[in-house]
Design a protein around this ligand. Structure first.
Ligand code: HMG
Length: 303
């Protein structure tokens, strides 16, 4: 199969990227990050998460973030909403899209959202229904698609089952999360094939973490299969609070560099994106995990 002509990046740096930061990140910093990402040409920004602040304190300012964004035309600003309480909060801020998040592993679902897979799906049904009534599209995440921190291997069939259910419940797109970054290209392809038997490729997204340094290789593999939506995080920020040792998402700068090298359009200004990665990592005192970002900034410093 040929590569797609255009890939939409779903930038999750402000949410997945920051949710696990041990030190508080100010609302002001989050808002500047979101604004810079928009200026760099990102068209979809996952900006916040309406979850319990007891579970994920770093996302406790979701309302302030969502209402503080200077919205740019053509950009979708989205938020995670695990239940009706979260959705109500998000809708009050005029959120444009929301996402529910399940997993293909029972243990991870328990640790992450305190219920079984079946209960999570029951809980999502009214969330999806209410969002749709409000005219807000719902994205569905499925975590642990290539491995679970508690259960190890996850059967592609299980990933397909949960994905299919979320899709049939009304999620317009299913994002397949390698939460702990253990996947390899062949595994990623096999998992995608299993899901694609039930869901069209254009309704699927790849959400790969880079813990084992395989994320770009895995992305290349699924791009070959026709994936055209990729979740990533500027400077490779992030990790999941309920997946110990999981490092950040694949870095947005690295993904954009790969895509442009393959002749795939993104409408993203890589220089501005690299500057954003440099700025946020300095602001929160983190290493920049984007090789492309570091190289770009070194080139700029020496020129
Ligand atoms: C889902 C719950 C809330 C269930 O948590 P629970 O304790 O079972 O919920 P509950 O309904 O019993 O409520 C307990 C308390 O939380 C409050 N509460 C309840 N809901 C909300 C809400 N929406 N917003 C604010 N507060 C809320 C509720 O009001 C109550 O407060 P109290 O009466 O004790 O003061 C909890 O488990 C939770 O918040 N989990 C969040 C976990 C999380 O955010 N994980 C990271 C995101 S997933 C991820 O990163 C993976 C992904 C998506 O990136 C893809 C990948 O990489 O694989």
């Amino acid at each position: 199969m040929a590569f797609p002509e255009y890939v939409r990046l779903v930038e999750v740096g402000a949410r997945d990227g920051l949710q696990n930061e041990p030190n508080p990140v100010s609302t002001e910093t989050k808002l500047e990050l979101i604004d810079r990402l928009g200026a760099a040409g990102i068209s979809y920004i996952e900006a916040a998460s309406f979850v319990s602040p007891k579970w994920v304190p770093q996302m406790g300012d979701a309302r302030e973030v969502m209402t503080g964004i200077q919205r740019r035309p053509g950009i979708t600003y989205a938020a995670l909403t695990p239940n009706i309480k979260g959705l109500e909060g998000a809708l009050e801020t005029g959120v444009q899209e929301v996402a529910v998040f399940g997993a293909a592993s029972e243990s991870f679902t328990q640790k992450n959202i305190n219920c079984s897979i079946a209960e999570s799906l029951e809980r999502f049904a009214p969330v999806i229904e209410m969002a749709q009534k409000a005219g807000v599209p719902v994205r569905g995440y499925v975590s642990t698609v290539l491995g679970c921190p508690y259960e190890g291997e996850i059967a592609p069939q299980k990933v397909a089952e949960v994905s299919k259910t979320l899709f049939e419940m009304g999620c317009y797109e299913i994002s397949l999360g390698d939460t702990i970054g253990v996947g390899t290209p062949l595994k990623a392809k096999r998992m995608l094939e299993a899901v694609n038997r039930h869901i069209p490729m254009e309704k699927l997204a790849a959400h790969f973490h880079d813990t084992y340094g395989q994320a770009l290789a895995n992305l290349y593999a699924v791009l070959e299969e026709g994936i055209s939506v990729v979740d990533s995080s500027v400077a490779g920020l992030g990790g999941c609070p309920y997946a110990k040792g999981a490092s950040g998402n694949v870095a947005s700068e690295d993904v954009v560099y790969l895509l442009h090298g393959l002749g795939i359009k993104t409408n993203i200004n890589l220089q501005l994106l690299a500057e954003t990665g440099d700025w946020i990592t300095r602001s929160i005192n983190r290493p920049n995990r984007s090789k492309v970002g570091v190289a770009f900034m070194a080139g700029k410093a020496s020129s």
